[in-house]
Design a protein around this ligand. Sequence first.
Ligand SMILES: NC(=O)c1ccc[n+]([C@@H]2O[C@H](COP(=O)([O-])OP(=O)(O)OC[C@H]3O[C@@H](n4cnc5c(N)ncnc54)[C@H](O)[C@@H]3O)[C@@H](O)[C@H]2O)c1
Ligand SMILES: O=C(O)[C@H](O)COP(=O)(O)O
Length: 526
Amino acid sequence: MPKVLISDELSPAAAQIFRDRGVEVDIKTGLKKDELIAIIGQYDGLAIRSATKVTADVLAAATNLKVVGRAGIGVDNVDIPAATARGVVVMNTPFGNSITTAEHAIAMMFAVARDIPAASASTHAGKWEKNRFMGVELYAKTLGLIGAGNIGSIVADRAQGLKMQVVAYDPYLTPERALEMGVTKVELDELFARADFITLHTPLTDGTRNIINAASIAKMKDGVRIINCARGGLIVEEDLLAALNAGKVAGAALDVFAVEPAKENILFGHEKVVCTPHLGASTTEAQENVALQVAEQMSAYLIDGAVSNALNMPSVTAEEAPRLRPYMKLAAQLGSFAGKLSAEVGIRKVTIEYEGAATKLNTRPLTAIALQGLLGPLMPSVNMVNAPVVAKERNIAVADTKLEAPSNYQTLMRITVEMDGKTRSVAGTLFADAHPRIVSIKGITVEAEVTPHMLYVTNEDKPGFIGALGSILGEAGLNIATFNLGRRTAGEEAICLVAVDEAIPQSVVDKVRAIPQVKQAQALDF
Ligand SMILES: NC(=O)c1ccc[n+]([C@@H]2O[C@H](COP(=O)([O-])OP(=O)(O)OC[C@H]3O[C@@H](n4cnc5c(N)ncnc54)[C@H](O)[C@@H]3O)[C@@H](O)[C@H]2O)c1
Ligand SMILES: O=C(O)[C@H](O)COP(=O)(O)O
């Protein structure tokens, strides 16, 4: 039974879903890094929010880990390249808390426009400072939206309901989508020049880190108000403080901070700063959504191999998973077969072709599995998550194509490996939609099932070979399970694939190589 650790505060719904789906679950929140490293090796899955830092050293200790599930959106607390390199799928729940977070941004915008927290504190203190708090309207103001994805677009929609004009900067926002959202797509400098309020809704990446700094603040309108419900690292806090003190920025509403948990911060105590402790996603509705979703997604992956909302591998839906399963077996066998034939030489290019019914499938995971099989003999740590990255790192070009032309087979998958000086191709099909068969090697037709112990021989198609081979195997006490032959044309190159019941000793392979007609012989263990 797969075992999952929940290491951050998640709605109890998550643990229940795991148990209902047949996944064992431990809940241990607030672990220090060393404590997490000490126990993570026991788990197949790790369910987190933003508090757990899944760093490279945590992943190095996570020897059984298959999936990290983020109950929420931002994954900047997960070292995704390190997870990918170790073959760990990282998934999030991209929509579960979007409305909640957008509502928080709007609430923060009102709060900073009307000084609500300070006015509330003053009123609680019995001061009745009616003249101290003079706010501004949102009506007819311009909202500058940086990041127009899921949350940004909900914020834009709500802001339009408040009769604000919305200008948006997002390099990936198409003119059509901007039109659909009713926002004006602008460059960043224009947004700075036009906005009365600026709200941030981008992930924290190298491209967005410190996007609000002294230089960008200088381009903003005097009296601008800034709302950040995305990530603390988007703002240079020292520069914001200086601009607040100078009166350039009239107010800031911050849910997120450069260092969290933020027990101290240079902005704390500033009368023009409204703060919440990373509450953007904290509603009962959103927490229920993300907890349920992450537990469903992780269980589906651990139990059925279905992949959704993964950030480092192609998706496989729950409907696709059963249909893909026999193809995954075929892809793994073909890849592994091709890999064993190619292991000793530098692979330059791999082409994976799909014909017939296979063209109708989601082939990206199949390609990843074929690559895993291919690279496995050279790199045992490779898996379907990291195989495409490993191939790229090794300068192996990967092409995958769907051939619509009619094929001799109802469904076919072919792997062609180009190496220094030679090319190898292996093709396979499924019998009865379920049973993988190799049907061609180097373009020579065969029909073989992949079994644990096989002998692969290429030879000249001349009399005497089969008898000699049978005698050697018989003398070695190796029982032949199946014997498959194929040849290009009579008397030319031929291929022989023999399945035997036990591993073939090297001494037997050497004897086979000594048969005059034999060009090459290799024992293959799967
Ligand atoms: N405060 C919270 O509790 C809370 C809750 C949820 C999400 N978040 C944060 O909000 C972020 C946005 O969430 P989302 O669901 O809208 O994500 P999303 O992926 O749907 O949208 C992000 C948008 O940012 C855009 N973007 C990327 N680089 C950019 C750049 N350099 N400049 C401008 N735009 C850029 C992308 O094109 C995308 O449209 C998350 O990454 C997360 O960090 C915070
Ligand atoms: O990216 C997110 O989903 C939010 O930042 C929420 O983070 P949290 O789950 O730690 O509240």
